[in-house]
Design a binder for this molecule. Structure first.
Ligand code: FAD
Ligand code: DHB
Length: 392
């Protein structure tokens, strides 16, 4: 088989890239290791930046998101038992975020791919990349017991942090930057109507907690925990008791409680690969970088990367220009490092660390007081949270 761009991974990055390429008349094939059912039901991100929403709308993918997504104009920071609202829309000249699950985005993207007869192999085994430094790379894998080969001009590595794309680049070509945090998030989904219209990020002596939502009847909640936390030790009652403690506040607001339908532990890591290219292979999304989830940036960065990559590939095929492809890494890394810093800042400010000194904890409170009392500091947080505009 032959295509112009072979895409590894059917997460938000790979699926959106294939769609944006199709709109430019560029042919691609997607190879995904997991089943369609797995991809469509993996519970992950929920917060879409304004630019992500605009990208999906402009690409004709926004119909259901516009009906079902929840537009938010602010967030609350809770510390010292008080809620403090950050009015993002007022602070950013009218920008907002939308709460719409990543797996709903993935479902919309898979539906669009199938509608347009996009070649998409689920359940691919032994995916491997060949000839990357040459101008004739190819991808091999096994599908339903049959050995497959895709010859292509370019490979897009959109296969997440644990994929094979980054691992296919010789180690001496890459520089990596990493910080592993000494805590994780225990996340739950509960059948309970959200008791507030906006997200609440809580800093408490016992650890961070986050109130979020998925729909008018589903609440999403997270609790800071140890990276090796044993979920078996967290009964539903223990989770609700800990959430009540961490969210306690003078206004009396608390999340509604309900049947817990999902529990998981997410480790926290900052990670960047430089460059994001090796020969004909371009990395995008979590394959190239990871942020701790506190800033809600991961999926948004994946979308930003594939916007840049689709434009660079369009310039290559339409005008025989390779300067945008050559600049791909540099262009993406500007936004990536900004988001890395914001995610690191939010994470450090909101999580009491198990190895913090009393002085370190006071620094976090001083920072929280500053971002909720200074217009300049609140504006800085807001413009990063809603997402900086894309370069023209
Ligand atoms: P992925 O979604 O990881 O997709 C990669 C795909 O490649 C997967 O389908 C995988 O099965 C496939 N694959 C892997 N290996 C292979 C292989 N060898 N061959 C073929 N296919 C392969 N981000 C936000 O923007 N906002 C948030 O609010 C937010 N909250 C989060 C909360 C949690 C609990 C977690 C875990 C993450 C959160 N994120 C958030 C981050 C976000 O989910 C990721 O950044 C996003 O999934 C990245 O998309 P991707 O397409 O790059 O990678
Ligand atoms: C959600 C996840 C985040 O990482 C975040 O910062 C806000 C909300 C969520 O899953 O809803």
């Amino acid at each position: 088989m032959r295509t112009q761009v072979a895409i590894i991974g059917a997460g938000p990055a790979g699926l959106l890239l294939s769609h944006l390429l199709r709109l430019q008349g560029i042919d691609s094939m997607i190879v995904e290791a997991r089943s369609r059912d797995y991809c469509e039901n993996r519970i992950r991100a929920g917060v879409l930046e304004q630019g992500t929403v605009d990208t999906l709308n402009e690409a004709g993918l926004g119909a259901r998101m516009q009906r079902e997504g929840l537009v938010h104009h602010g967030i609350e920071l809770l510390f010292g038992r008080e809620l403090h609202r950050i009015d993002m829309t007022a602070l950013t000249g009218g920008r907002s975020i939308t709460v719409y699950s990543q797996h709903e985005v993935v479902r919309d993207l898979i539906a669009a791919a199938l509608e347009h007869d996009q070649t998409l192999y689920f359940d691919a085994e032994d995916v491997s990349l060949h000839g990357l430094p040459s101008d004739a790379p190819h991808v091999t894998f096994k599908h339903r017991g049959v050995e497959m080969r895709i010859d292509c001009d370019y490979v897009a590595g959109c296969d997440g942090f644990h994929g094979i794309s980054r691992a296919s680049i010789p180690a001496d070509v890459l520089r990596t930057y990493e910080r592993v945090y000494p805590f994780a998030w225990l996340g739950i989904l509960a059948d309970a109507a959200p008791s507030k219209d906006e997200l609440v990020y809580a800093h408490h002596e016992r650890g961070f907690a986050l109130f979020s939502m998925r729909s008018p009847s589903v609440t999403r909640l997270y609790l800071q925990c140890h990276p090796d936390e044993d979920l078996a030790l967290w009964s539903d009652e223990r989770i609700w008791a800990e959430l009540r403690t961490r969210f306690e506040n003078t206004s009396g607001w608390l999340p509604n409680e309900g049947h817990i339908t999902q529990k998981s532990v997410t480790p926290m890591r900052s990670f960047v690969t430089e460059p994001m290219q090796y020969g004909r292979l371009f990395l995008a999304g979590d394959a190239a970088h990871i942020v701790p989830p506190t800033g809600a940036k991961g999926m948004n960065l994946a979308v930003a990367d594939v916007r840049v990559l689709s434009q660079a590939l369009a310039a290559r095929y339409r005008d025989a220009r390779t300067d945008l492809l050559d600049a791909y890494s540099r262009t993406c890394l500007e936004r990536i490092w900004r988001s890395e810093h914001f995610s690191y800042f939010m994470t450090n400010m909101l999580h009491p660390s198990y190895d913090d000194t009393p002085f370190g904890n006071r620094m976090k409170l001083a920072e929280l007081k500053y971002v909720t009392s200074s217009h300049a500091a609140a504006q800085s947080l807001a413009e990063n949270y809603v997402g900086l505009p894309f370069a023209a």
